[in-house]
Design a protein around this ligand. Structure first.
Ligand code: PMP
Length: 472
């Protein structure tokens, strides 16, 4: 429930009446729904900037009219909107797509406020190559003579530029094998609705980005985690025979959230296994370009001789998530099916974003930017590791990430990571607890977003909180 309003002490209407009128208005406009819980009285007093007694008077007034109800231990809720003409939307809020995990809803909400964002899987705004992007925007401006819909697979020049860049990763495909998507998230969504049947099983690394989403679960698929060892996913633990559809989703390079890299040998073995058991693989390469020392092994798609792999790429991590551009590479028949569904969903990603990206990807200045970016990220990673070493060495363990944005901190079993998350919130610090990825004793820190000095301050506070939690 959002409250961005305060009563005006200058007007003659008493404060409690202004508050009760505001609450009625929120309910009347359908912003607060029947059954929704109001914040605690103390919080309301702080949000409205009034005494608690004013809140009590306002709530009593609304309760007397049957607008609100309160039950011991359950706080105050919206009881009725029958006095207004407002339609009750509550029964419509539970359609097929599942709600986000509550912890992720909290993170999404608070990332917009003044919190220290050790959670954010994005580049810091100061790493954005503003001059380069501005120059490219100017360069493409005269070429924009219309802004009609594009062809179903996305702008041809962008797909050509991507096909060329994919060759650097030893992936040899034609533009017909590439579908431009509105970010990789859309690629995942398209796969879930256009390829999967209800009841499908999607295998993933035990802790994975996919578990923090509800995309596949909303399409009635089940996610099943497979353990990882030092070389990556232990694919032999995937049951080889099944009566339902099976699929593997993996992030082989600089995995989210663990930062791990699958070895070349494991990639080859996984592909042999997939080929033998007719197992489709979704390879998510969101962080692949962001190596900090040496490039990761070749992508699965480069080693794939039997068309097992659907390859997902995105510009979100290397340049700009706000462009909302991703790409899906696969056999032409699959690409056509996905593009047919995409045409019924959004009729294509933004043509402006596609033209801008095509211009960037065909300029060697973009490669120079990437080289510089890797160096900046390496410095941030090293500073982050030094902070962890100074503050957390006795309470947590971690691997040095060789690329990507994240450090995966493993905590002793005595520490409850959800409680730590709540304690950190009170200190205005956000991190991603392992629970959102399907693992309890860990948390994900991003070194890409906050400046090293802020990261260090955040870690000093987390260290205090962890040590206190250990004593409790
Ligand atoms: N895949 C992975 C592994 C990610 O971490 C993310 C972003 N957090 C995405 C896909 C989605 O990115 P986008 O939709 O912005 O391309």
């Amino acid at each position: 429930m959002e409250i961005n309003w305060q009563p005006d002490p200058q007007v003659t209407t008493p404060l409690y009446q202004q508050i009760s009128a505001y609450c009625r208005q929120q309910i009347q406009q359908g912003n607060w729904l029947v059954g929704e819980k109001l914040p605690a009285q103390r919080q309301l007093a702080a949000q409205f900037n009034v005494n608690r007694s004013t809140i009590v008077t306002a709530l009593n007034d609304l309760q007397a009219d049957g607008v609100l109800s309160s039950a011991y231990g359950d706080g105050t809720r919206v009881a009725s909107n029958t006095w207004s003409l407002a339609l009750d939307w509550q029964p419509y809020l539970h359609g097929q797509f599942n709600a986000n995990l509550p912890t992720i809803q909290t993170i999404n909400r608070l990332e917009g406020e003044s919190y220290l964002r050790l959670s954010t899987g994005e580049l810091a705004p100061e790493l954005f190559p503003q001059k380069l992007v501005q120059a490219k925007l100017q360069a493409i401006t005269p070429q924009i003579t219309q802004m009609n819909y594009l062809e179903p697979l996305g702008a041809l020049n962008l797909r050509q530029a991507l096909a060329k860049r994919l060759q650097r990763w030893h992936i040899d495909v034609q533009p017909e094998n590439i579908l431009i998507t509105t970010g990789s998230l859309q690629a995942l969504d398209l796969i879930s609705v256009a390829l999967l049947k209800p009841g499908a099983t999607v295998y993933t690394e035990a802790a994975t980005y996919l578990k923090s989403l509800q995309v596949f679960q909303s399409a009635a698929a089940t996610l099943t985690g497979i353990p990882q060892d030092d070389a990556g996913l232990c694919y032999w633990q995937i049951p080889p025979h099944s009566t339902t559809q099976q699929l593997l989703y993996t992030i082989p390079s600089f995995q989210n959230p663990t930062g791990s890299v699958m070895s070349l040998q494991r990639r080859q073995q996984l592909l042999q296994f997939a080929q033998k058991h007719q197992l489709p693989i979704i390879e998510d390469t969101a962080y692949q370009e962001l190596w900090l020392e040496t490039p990761p092994p070749l992508p699965l798609k480069a080693l794939d001789r039997a068309n097992n792999v659907l390859y997902l790429g995105t510009i979100s991590k290397t340049l700009a998530p706000g462009l909302r551009i991703g790409w899906l590479v696969g056999p032409a028949a699959v690409i056509r099916r996905l593009s047919d569904v995409k045409m019924q969903t959004d009729y294509g990603a933004s043509s402006l974003a596609q033209q801008l990206l095509a211009a960037l990807l065909t300029d060697s200045a973009y490669d120079a930017y990437l080289t510089e970016l890797r160096q900046q990220l390496r410095q941030r990673r090293d500073a982050a590791l030094a902070s962890l070493q100074d503050y957390l060495a006795d309470v947590a363990t971690w691997q040095i990430p060789r690329g990507g944005f994240y450090i995966w901190l493993k905590l002793a079993p005595t520490i409850n990571v959800e409680r730590l998350f709540q304690a950190a919130l009170k200190r205005h610090i956000l991190f991603n607890p392992g629970t959102i990825y399907g693992t309890n004793q860990a948390l994900r820190l991003s070194f890409a977003y906050v400046a090293p000095a802020e990261f260090r301050q955040g870690i000093a506070v987390l260290a205090q909180l962890i040590k206190r939690a250990r004593k409790d």
